[in-house]
Write a protein that binds this ligand. Structure first.
Ligand code: ATP
Ligand code: MG
Length: 193
């Protein structure tokens, strides 16, 4: 499970998902769109249905990457522990994929104490020369977690920057997959700052 607001999804998300899938040998990676990310209330711009369509456009044609509407369909606040329970099955090993910034805030999440019992944690870290710079400087997480660290190419792109670019008329080509740029244009998303 790779959760996010995806407001909008960008190439950093796609690379993180596909590199983690390859690196850990996962069957599939679900990009789970948060319905109501309660820690970002007031800051979320696009409706959940649009953010979900953007993620669908981003993963179209990429093997093993899928958009998941599990949180959007459930509605209400996005609680990752609830989502992992919904995705769980006896023959399934779940992996929670997080960027290092998100992993550092894990302790503040709802039901944080239940999470290590539900999944393994994969922390995606921006590599320098293909390697994680210093393993000891990763995020501090609850020792109850089993943690895998995944090095990914450093792509300095954020949803915040993509939104600002659209609002000011600057290009986003290359920062988001072409189908995502097209959908943002077609729906007129993010045109107001
Ligand atoms: P915002 O700027 O609105 O906070 P964001 O770009 O950080 O958006 P989120 O939806 O908040 O995107 O992040 C979802 C997940 O993707 C988080 O685990 C985050 O750490 C990770 N992530 C975000 N940007 C990148 C990137 N450039 N490379 C790798 N992982 C990323
Ligand atoms: Mg973020």
């Amino acid at each position: 499970m790779f959760g996010g607001t995806f407001d909008p999804v960008h190439v950093g998300h796609v690379v993180a998902a596909s590199e983690t899938r390859w690196s850990l040998g996962l069957d599939r990676v679900l990009l789970v769109v948060a319905a109501d990310p309660w820690q970002k209330r007031g800051d979320v711009v696009a409706p959940a249905a649009d953010r979900l369509d953007l993620v669908r456009a981003a993963v179209g044609g990429i093997a093993g990457l899928e958009a998941s509407d599990v949180e959007v369909a459930r509605g209400g606040p996005s609680v990752t522990a609830d989502t992992l329970e919904a995705l769980g099955a006896p023959d399934r090993d779940l992996v929670l994929i997080l960027g290092a910034d998100a992993a550092a805030g894990l302790g503040t999440w709802r039901r944080a104490g239940d999470l290590p019992g539900l999944a393994t944690l994969a922390v995606v870290e921006r590599a320098v020369d293909g390697r994680i710079p210093d393993p000891s400087c990763g995020p501090v997480v609850d020792p109850a977690w089993t943690v895998e660290r995944v090095a990914i190419p450093r792509l300095d792109v954020s949803s915040t920057d993509v939104r600002a670019r659209v609002a000011s008329g600057r290009p986003i080509d290359g920062l988001v997959p072409p189908a995502v740029a097209e959908l943002i244009r077609a729906r007129g998303l993010y045109t107001r700052a």
